[in-house]
Design a protein around this ligand. Sequence first.
Ligand code: ATP
Length: 341
Amino acid sequence: MISIKGLSKVFRTKDQDVHAVSDLEATIDSGEIFGVIGYSGAGKSTFIRLLNRLEDPSGGTINIDDREISSLSKGDLRLARQDMGMIFQHFNLLWSRTVEDNIAFPLEIAGVSKEERKERVDELVELVGLGGRGTSYPSQLSGGQKQRVGIARALANRPKVLLCDEATSALDPETTDSILDLLVDINAKLGLTIVLITHEMHVIRKICHRVAVMEDGKIVEEGDVLDVFLRPKQKVTKRFVDQVMGDPDRESSLSLIKEEYPLGEVAQFHFVGERTHQALISEVSRKFQVDVNVLHGKITQTQKGAYGTLIVHLEGEKEEIERALTYVRETSVEVEVALDV
Ligand SMILES: Nc1ncnc2c1ncn2[C@@H]1O[C@H](COP(=O)(O)OP(=O)(O)OP(=O)(O)O)[C@@H](O)[C@H]1O
């Protein structure tokens, strides 16, 4: 478990003090994929660099399995870092070394014998799906393959935690998905904790169990990915959810929809879990004297199940629409109705 308390980092520049991370609190469970999302400048990179002490904190504590990272001596820190692998947006590979030699590098530093190194490297090359490319140089590889080398290298010393710093931001969408699949696979196979930072909600949706939203150096919202999708509280979180659920101009488009449908009611349903929206819509139409038209709908899959939103137009007597909406609210805890959105 990673326990972070009152963590802060101030960069003192000539002109001003920059509070990159301020009084940050978080608990990350062993074996989970924990995502941190925020816009540029929110403090994500500083946060992840504090976790493995690439940056020294200005205040606060970081405990990883009861070892306090924030106050380790240089020697102890070197050992502690072997429990933490890291991958980077631009891969940070050694260009004059082959794939195998890149992966072997942290093993050399850790003093692992040549034979053991060879065995471990072969295992890792297979694990990340680079069989047959061991003797290639980074310049001969695609972006996705380079990141696979980065992942294998980060896993070489069997870390307990893998830190991912915008690991897919330089990749095209298809390659991003294949790298995310690999991370999920590794998390399940090896049971290691993954902490990733990103500015893309798609990454959070696809692989994270929990998410923290950062703004101005602080975590402003945190929770299970599905809960955060269903009930985003902060404005910044809503904007990130809209990245995935489409319609970034939701407010204006919903008011436009209402203009188009002056009669009846326009409502938005959010639902999670297995219940499909078709079942809900047909049930409502059957039970009440209302016509329900789906105007816009999107369902997406997260690590914890399905999540969807639906914009519907309900036509009928005012009281009947009210009854239908009350029914939706009351019969299914997974459904929220947003009126006058
Ligand atoms: N070495 C540094 N010296 C001074 N200011 C810094 C330093 N590193 C980061 N900052 C400042 O700290 C704040 C947070 O930066 P950080 O890079 O952690 O944010 P981020 O969310 O990772 O954004 P990005 O994705 O753009 O890197 C920013 O205002 C940044 O300018």
